[in-house]
Design a protein around this ligand. Structure first.
Ligand code: NAD
Length: 330
């Protein structure tokens, strides 16, 4: 029987996979701890290891997993920037869930945008206290604005579709242009500089790579319109936290909605409210007006979770029964 070790699991992961495993009957153990080089030896005797976005599968960790006898690394997510694919040892395959619900993430990006723009976070706190004033809640119409989308893959395209429904002009940048989609959805590809210069709202929907790490930095923010709203549901390291804090301080950036953060690993998805352990950048951002932060929850809809459960189990079945899988990353 295939033995699978799950890292970084919460109650909802366990519930989900226990349900899906009824059709497969694998032997599964759920760990709360994250995968890294120190916890990798726990996988001794397991055939597969299942991880999420904040587990660290660097070269050393992958080698330990391979030496422990693990044959398959199962990502129960789409992004794989946390896995050192280039240095993945021979005989250890990596699979992912390439598409679970682009709607979940795109709709969350829109939720963040509306929240930042219309200051719902502030209004909610006020009305809870029976304060019904409007001071400081002034927003802007999204209709008629120019929206810059970086990354026009599955999520970016859904986001564009929704933004078109708001009556916006959408301009986009991608390293691979999908001109057919541009024509069908009614957006235009431009170079990054033009996107920075013209956009009232910028939403990031590209994967994190070596080339685009910290792409939103002082230099790129200098090119943006004063008061631009930035939304990041992709990966935290696309934005330089230090530069962002500085530009927010100068009111160059009008507001930001973040579902991901540069150093989120130790914080996001965990209850740290009773701990004294803090991250300086995160604390400054949380204390600032017009910064709305959610805890990597954009994927978290029933539909997306079901797809993650279904595809992950099928990935495992396919690999152990046939040696093949349509969702290999390496
Ligand atoms: P996708 O692969 O369908 O699309 C990504 C697009 O980005 C592609 O068109 C690609 O050509 C483009 N791209 C690659 N490098 C680029 C660069 N340097 N500049 C501009 N464009 C670039 O992926 P997707 O399903 O749309 O997901 C996008 C990202 O969303 C993922 O990589 C992941 O980081 C993030 N994500 C976040 C959550 C969440 O819960 N917050 C959930 C799922 C995915």
């Amino acid at each position: 029987m295939v033995k699978i070790l799950f890292y970084d699991t919460k109650e909802y992961d366990k519930e989900l996979f226990e349900e899906y495993n009824k059709n497969y009957g694998y032997e599964i153990k759920y760990l709360e701890t994250k995968l890294n080089s120190e916890t990798a030896p726990l996988a001794t005797g397991y055939d597969a290891v299942c991880i999420f976005v904040n587990d660290i599968a660097d070269k050393e960790t992958l080698e330990i997993l391979k030496n422990c006898g693990v044959k398959l690394l199962v990502l129960r997510c789409a992004g794989f920037n946390n896995v050192d694919i280039k240095n993945c040892p021979e005989g250890l395959k990596v699979v992912r869930v390439p598409r679970y619900s682009p709607y979940a993430v795109a709709e969350h990006a829109v939720a963040l945008l509306l929240n930042v723009d219309r200051k719902i976070y502030k209004a909610y706190q006020r009305t809870k206290k029976y304060n019904f004033t409007l001071n400081g809640l002034l927003g802007f119409d999204i209709h008629g604005k120019t929206v810059g989308v970086i990354g026009t893959g599955k999520i970016g395209k859904v986001f564009i579709q929704i933004m078109k429904g708001f009556g916006t002009e959408v301009i986009a940048y991608d390293v691979y242009k999908d001109e057919k989609a541009a024509e069908e959805l009614g957006f235009k590809y431009v170079e990054l500089d033009e996107l920075y210069r013209r956009s009232d709202i910028i939403s990031l929907h590209c994967p994190l790579t070596e080339e685009n790490t910290n792409m939103i930095n002082k230099e790129s923010m200098d090119k943006m319109k004063k008061g631009v709203v930035i939304i990041n549901t992709s990966r935290g390291k696309l934005i330089s936290t230090e530069d962002l804090i500085e530009e927010l301080g100068k009111e160059k950036i009008g507001g930001i909605g973040l579902d991901v953060y540069d150093e989120e690993e130790e914080f996001f998805l965990n209850d740290m409210s009773n701990s004294y352990y803090r991250n300086a950048g995160l604390s400054i951002l949380l204390s600032m007006p017009n910064v709305v932060i959610t805890s990597h929850q954009a994927f978290f809809t029933k539909e997306a979770l079901n797809k993650i459960g279904e595809v992950s189990m099928e990935n495992i079945k396919s690999f152990f029964e046939t040696g093949e899988c349509e969702n290999f990353v390496n």
